[in-house]
Design a protein around this ligand. Structure first.
Ligand code: G1P
Length: 287
């Protein structure tokens, strides 16, 4: 069955980016000229996904407003004859199908995904964590769907990380069955360096079979007292294979101030309109 749906958990409080996240959802922070979440949405469109389900929480209405029509702007831009801007405003609203559901309590990533169960039903689906910004020639979700077509079971995006970063991620243990493709044997959420089974970290892109919901319902709070998606995937392993893809692309952690800045510069330099001016600015920067 084709992967038609993508879940975007977006109920988190964005603590690492406080104080801005008191008032602005981290998904709406700007990366060059678009909010972070839009990069994930465009990745879905390029991966032929039809429906996006956003898991929101309190203080996140800006996301819904952004992907909705804005009649006030449309009227104003029409009156002023600003057709290019009008198109950019309308294009966002008609990009793809959006549904929203609320995660009423911040009980963890696993719990957020469980909130989408009714909207997903009995089909494989994808998950995008929009603060994992990935610069890739082929969108990572598209790379994963290609692998899914072959293996037909759950696939997680992974990347090798440095020893000092291991405790920030879900870490897998797997056997490499093809170049960059692992059959997972075990996985553990945010282990210490000593207990980590490898340095292959889960990055925020998943394709999961709907059987995951049976296990999410049973998953008890784990690391940090939260219901962890990693723990549910570990249980899923008891009935189905799960694979990992070491994707091609550079990933920036959007919740980390330095990496967010690095992403701004990289994406800015890749933007034809901004490249020349930005390069000139960097070369002549006066510190
Ligand atoms: C979540 C997952 C973790 C994964 C990470 C990727 O953690 O729980 O397994 O490695 O996303 O970004 P979080 O960053 O939400 O703490």
């Amino acid at each position: 069955m084709k992967v038609n749906k993508a879940v975007f958990p977006a109920a988190g409080l964005g603590t690492r980016l406080l104080p801005i996240t008191k008032a602005i959802p981290k998904e709406m922070l700007i990366l060059v000229d678009k909010p972070l979440i839009q990069y994930g949405v465009e990745e879905c469109i390029e991966s032929d996904i039809q429906d996006i389900i956003i898991i929101t929480g309190r203080g996140k209405t800006a996301i819904e407003d952004y992907f909705d029509r804005s009649i006030e702007h449309e009227v104003l831009l029409k009156e002023k004859g600003k057709h290019d801007l009008l198109k950019s405003v309308n294009d966002i609203a008609s990009m793809i199908n959006f549904s929203y559901t609320r995660q009423k309590e911040a009980l963890g990533l696993g719990h957020a995904i469980l909130c989408a169960q009714n909207l997903i039903g009995d089909e494989p689906f994808s998950i995008i964590l929009s603060d994992d910004i990935i610069d890739a020639k082929v969108p990572v979700m598209k790379q994963m769907i290609e692998i899914y077509k072959k293996y037909r079971y759950s696939i997680l995006a992974v990347q090798k990380v440095k020893d000092e970063d291991i405790s920030k991620y879900g870490i897998i243990k797997g056997i490499e069955i093809e170049k960059g493709i692992y059959k997972i044997e075990d996985l553990v959420e945010k282990p210490g360096l000593e207990e980590a089974p490898s340095n292959l970290a889960i990055i925020g892109r998943y394709i999961l079979t709907p059987r995951i919901f049976d296990f999410l319902k049973e998953t008890k709070p784990g690391k940090g007292g939260e219901i962890q998606l990693t723990d549910a995937i570990k249980s899923l392993l008891s009935i189905q294979p799960v694979y990992a893809l070491e994707f091609e692309g550079t990933r920036y952690d959007g919740g980390n101030k330095l990496e967010l800045l690095e992403a701004q510069i990289t994406f800015g330099l890749k933007n034809e309109e901004l490249k020349k001016g930005l390069l000139n600015f960097i070369q002549n920067i006066n510190l």
